[in-house]
Design a protein around this ligand. Sequence first.
Ligand SMILES: Cc1cc2nc3c(=O)[nH]c(=O)nc-3n(C[C@H](O)[C@H](O)[C@H](O)COP(=O)(O)OP(=O)(O)OC[C@H]3O[C@@H](n4cnc5c(N)ncnc54)[C@H](O)[C@@H]3O)c2cc1C
Length: 478
Amino acid sequence: MAKVAIIGAGFAGHTAAMYLGDALGKNHEITMINKFEHFYYIPSWVWVGVGRMELDQTRFHLKKVYDKMNVNFVLGKATEVHPDEQYVIVENRDGSNGTTRVDYDYLLIATGPRLVFENTKGLGPDDGFTNSICTGPHAETSRDNYLAEVERMRKGEKRKFVIGTGHPGATCQGAAFEYITNIHKDLLRRGVRDKAELQWLSNEQAAGDFGVRGVHVKRGGKVVSSEDFIKAVFKEYDINWQVQTGVLEVNEKQIHWENFAGEYGDTDYDFSMLIPQFLGQPLNFLDKDGNDVSSQVVAPNGLVKVDAKYGQPHAEMAQDPDSWPAVYQNPNYANIFAAGIAFAPPGTISVPHTTPNGTSISAAPPRTGMVSGIIGRIVALNIVDLIKKGRMTHSERMTEMYAACIASMGDSLWDGSAAAIIVYPVVPDFRRYPNEQGRDMFVTHMEMGLAGAWMKRMVHTTFMHKLQGRIGWKMIPE
Ligand SMILES: Cc1cc2nc3c(=O)[nH]c(=O)nc-3n(C[C@H](O)[C@H](O)[C@H](O)COP(=O)(O)OP(=O)(O)OC[C@H]3O[C@@H](n4cnc5c(N)ncnc54)[C@H](O)[C@@H]3O)c2cc1C
């Protein structure tokens, strides 16, 4: 009987657990270790943050699903991995003090990002001044602060909202974009839009870059870029934008930044939501003598090293689609895999930039929910292969992967909107698509309108169905 342990029940780990439980759960031991008892459908937190959805509607109990799928569930925080002796130590969070030891033959690390607010002084809701929609409680606090702003505007005050990224190397611009456009729509609905100034502030090369080098589509024989598309949205919604900007520090009233040209400046705000830097979750990797072997498993940023080609200059890496990992396997411990945000990418997708002062302002590569789910499935199917056949038969690089992204711009099914973007491949492959964008221009697509708002709502419902392992779950793609 083989033992498979998974750390982290997000899009990547939970998807993997479902495939592993389904294929192996009756005859082998599959164990999920997660810090929380719920799965959270994070994409809908943009609606929680404006009071349009309750947090409860974005979560479900994991244990119920795992009982059905023959997966053991350990509620707790993994703190140590012993790669030689093949076990994980978990700090229990089930009310019992102490720790649990989980043995494994195969380990999947799918711990998502550590939200590193502390790398930008004054950032974040806990020890700083800005809001966040990156955790459930943060999204609820943002909602309360946002609604307090609405009340002030109802009394006639003018307020300034600044939304975007809070670190020069931040990622997840898509979530911030959804938040600012949902704020616009929500303020309109509440009748106070004229009292609000909205500003986009991000580390992207250009509006609409989203850390994936932007998206380009052919329309009526012309190439239209996501930059044109997003700028048109900003103009229509009366949102000011400032890109090529790395936030360095925040105080109670101002956001201090540096831009690509190396100029420093300050932006005033009343309400701000800025995405922090994402690094790897802390885990101690120890050999049998208790020595730290972390450098064998994780990169200096805490993300797990896999079968990527690390260390190439960006220009070379960008021309080499095989620099992106195919099977997400650690090179030093062949039974350790990583999926979702937890794996260390070989570099950025967008072109990195260093200012004349030496500050790197470079959007980190996003690994969205869909990408994380696909990688979780690939890893799970390979672990099934290894157990049943002794070799892996699945692989998918991000230079071979589709991604569909529906960016909500107002949740209403009557006057809401969403930008539906299909990108293929997620990471440009200039070898297969030697156009300027490195992408298949027939498949890559962008569309905006009310239909997108319906799709976004359907995606929420469909995924909550799939991820609870309900009937037909495997037929619904990640
Ligand atoms: C507001 C917002 C909106 C977004 N909207 C979209 C969208 O519309 N579409 C899209 O595709 N993507 C979206 N994303 C991105 C998407 O949420 C992430 O890409 C996705 O969650 C990454 O999945 P993951 O499994 O790698 O990590 P996570 O979802 O972060 O899951 C990691 C899990 O590991 C657990 N964990 C961490 N450390 C430990 C430990 N030591 N022990 C035990 N458990 C641990 C965590 O508690 C968590 O459950 C959005 C993100 C945000 C913040």
